[in-house]
Design a protein around this ligand. Structure first.
Ligand code: MG
Length: 191
């Protein structure tokens, strides 16, 4: 860890990867349904699959084969690596079921972000407890009240949220995330 450089926390699900897309695809295929990722405007996935039980909705998350289908978000590979190579302290910060973390690490982190070691993965329910300079996350509840610069990664469920009125910066892509951090750290300007 480079103590001179900022600490950047990055959420996993739907920030560095596209869980939602893989999940919707899986459920649609298995149960012959036609839900679109853009329809998922609430945190609770079950609302959008009323004919399925909660167990059916969450079942894929417990299988390695499913996690192998989860892909990184567009440009995440390029920009996370860029931040890492510029010396930022990159930590993945995920609130996850203990049964899923091994598969996420094995099939997403090691595969697409191999330079992020297990010692730089934080599993925590209350991300506000972690001291850092930035948190990049699609979950509003993870950013609220945190003592870091809050970058909200756009997702269907937060699309209508007024980020700037709530002290957050919205990023629609990894390129925008990179540019926001660059503004603060290199150009020393606020947005
Ligand atoms: Mg997330």
């Amino acid at each position: 860890m480079n103590k001179e450089m900022p600490v950047i926390l990055i959420d996993l699900d739907d920030t560095i990867e596209e869980l939602l897309q893989a999940w919707v695809y899986f459920l649609n295929s298995k149960y012959s349904m036609n839900v679109s990722v853009d329809d998922i405007t609430d945190w609770d996935m079950c609302i959008f699959y009323p004919s399925l039980t909660r167990q059916q909705v969450f079942e894929p998350l417990h299988h390695d084969e499913f996690w192998k289908t989860v892909k990184p978000k567009p440009d995440a590979i390029e920009y996370v690596e860029k931040l890492f190579s510029e010396g930022y302290n990159i930590f993945l910060c995920t609130s996850t079921d203990y049964r899923n973390i091994r598969a996420k690490y094995e099939y997403i982190v090691k595969r697409y972000f191999p330079y992020i070691k297990w010692s730089n993965v934080i599993v925590v329910n209350n991300k506000q407890m972690i001291q850092a300079d930035y948190l990049i996350d699609d979950g509003i509840h993870n950013l609220e009240n945190g003592n870091f610069i809050k970058i909200l990664m756009t997702a269907p469920h937060n699309r209508n949220y007024d980020a700037s009125a709530n002290g957050m910066l919205r990023a629609n892509s990894w390129k925008e995330v990179y540019e926001l951090i660059h503004h603060f750290e290199v150009e020393n300007t606020d947005i």
